[in-house]
Design a protein around this ligand. Structure first.
Ligand SMILES: Cc1ncc(COP(=O)(O)O)c(C=O)c1O
Length: 435
């Protein structure tokens, strides 16, 4: 039940939101067209302020509700919120290192197959856990790898595969999951850029043993900062929860006690019998929790996931049609069998285009059209990897092409058709002037 003063405040918040949103018309070349961004409506703002008024400043009811509802959206049994997608990746991979997994547990020096071209925090957890990344190349056009490349990279010490769906475009995840199954490997799907995408009619994030999401403003749903680890495997879920929550063995929510009815009735490790279960630590963990402020916003955002996905698909299709046939550019392609909820619209400048990526990007940025490179490009070329151990399977030719010649522009739901048409026209004008 809301108090009168709370109702008044939230009504003022709605009014304030409407004032902030007052329609400003799109001025080509002046209005910045971001590559990505949060789309926050009145209800989102009210949800966030409502949680603040209640002083739900740590994880609480909204966090637990978000976990249940988001798991339901993906049809998975368990979801655990984190403070970022990177933390979610760290937890997912660290879970595979734990002793509960017996012989299947990953051990130092074991190999994890991943792609060379993408976001670094898909790969860092492999190194942070003392494991060896095995880099494979991706295709141009889909910017994803193939099951054949994964198969060729499997060696005697390969234990897991950890790959992100590229900018919303699913990789052939059913085939890669089948390969993992045949070889007894774990599969982690980094779904941070692809929440709402489908492969063979099934949501990405539901093929692997573990999957992750990010709720940074650029992503399909936002909490400001935030992430999530999901799984259908209750044993893995327990490990993830413990690792997220300081490595503790107890699973009581803050303010709860003795939900196991054995708080003072067990003996673990070298501890005396009856040592408080609340302070018994079964994993070398972290504190990567979120807050209810974030989760309250996330719950409000979650109701809009289908509409956000529809807008991303519509925006991508509009750019794709607007740029069809433009010479000198490789246009993006959905992976066969997929229905991507796109994160961005990727373009690669052909070697014989007669212009460079730098020139095209400068032209677009001058028109206030925001551009991004495909994250790190070939990760192995970054200073961070200079002194890190890794193995490369095959050549990284396409990852190098992407590093030199690829960039992307926005399709996020905050862009209107008029804006997208201006973006496509700006690319076409540039190419026509050079052709
Ligand atoms: C594929 C992928 N994985 C993980 C992350 C990390 O997410 P976060 O920024 O929430 O840490 C990103 C970031 O954009 C990403 O693109």
């Amino acid at each position: 039940m809301m108090s009168e003063s709370q109702e008044l405040i939230l009504e003022s918040v709605r009014k304030y939101h409407r004032e902030q949103q007052r329609e400003t018309s799109f001025v080509p070349g002046v209005t910045p067209l971001l590559p990505s961004g949060a789309v926050i409506d009145e209800d989102d703002r009210v949800a966030l302020v409502g949680a603040a008024l209640d002083l739900r400043i740590a994880a609480g009811v909204s966090s637990r509700r978000f976990e249940r509802e988001f798991a339901k959206v993906l049809g998975l049994r368990k979801a655990h919120l984190t403070n970022s997608g990177s933390s979610a990746n760290l937890l997912a991979l660290t879970a595979l290192r734990q002793r509960e997994l017996g012989d299947r547990r990953l051990r130092p020096g074991d190999e994890v197959i991943t792609v060379a071209c993408g976001f670094p925090t898909t790969v860092y957890p492999i190194l942070q856990n003392g494991l060896l990344p095995v880099f494979i190349d991706v295709e141009l056009g889909t910017y994803n790898t193939t099951a054949e490349r994964v198969a060729a990279a499997i060696g005697p010490r390969t234990r897991a595969i950890m790959i992100a769906h590229a900018l919303g475009n699913p990789y052939p995840v059913a085939e890669i999951a089948a390969l993992a199954e045949r070889h007894g490997l774990f599969l982690i799907e980094d779904n941070c850029d692809a929440v709402g995408s489908l492969y063979q009619g099934r949501p990405t994030g539901t093929f692997g043993h573990l999957t992750t999401a990010s709720f940074y403003p650029a992503h399909h749903l936002t909490m400001g900062e935030g992430g999530c680890v999901l799984t259908d495997d209750l044993r893995l879920a327990r490990i993830v929860e413990s690792l997220r929550d300081w490595g503790r063995d107890c699973w009581c929510e803050p303010g709860e006690n003795d939900t196991c009815h054995k708080r003072f009735g067990q003996q673990q490790g070298g501890l005396p019998y009856g040592y408080d279960h609340k302070y018994t630590f079964s994993h070398v963990g972290y504190n990567l929790k979120n807050t209810d402020l974030q989760a309250a916003l996330g719950l409000s955002q979650l109701t809009k996931l289908p509409e956000f996905g529809a807008a991303r698909r519509r925006n991508w299709a509009r750019l794709r049609a607007g740029l069809d046939g433009v010479p000198g550019l490789l246009l993006p392609e959905a992976t066969p069998g997929s229905d991507p909820s796109w994160f961005g619209f990727v373009l690669t400048v052909a070697p014989d285009a007669g212009f460079t990526r730098a020139q095209l990007v400068a032209h677009l940025e001058a028109r206030r059209i925001g551009t991004r490179v495909l994250f790190a490009g070939n990760l192995t070329r970054h200073p961070a990897f200079a002194d890190q151990p890794y193995r490369v399977s095959g050549e990284l030719t396409n990852s190098d092409v992407i590093t030199e010649n690829t960039f992307w522009i926005g399709v996020y739901p905050g862009l209107s058709i008029e804006m997208l048409d201006y973006m496509a026209a700006s690319v076409r004008d540039f190419v026509a002037a050079r052709g």
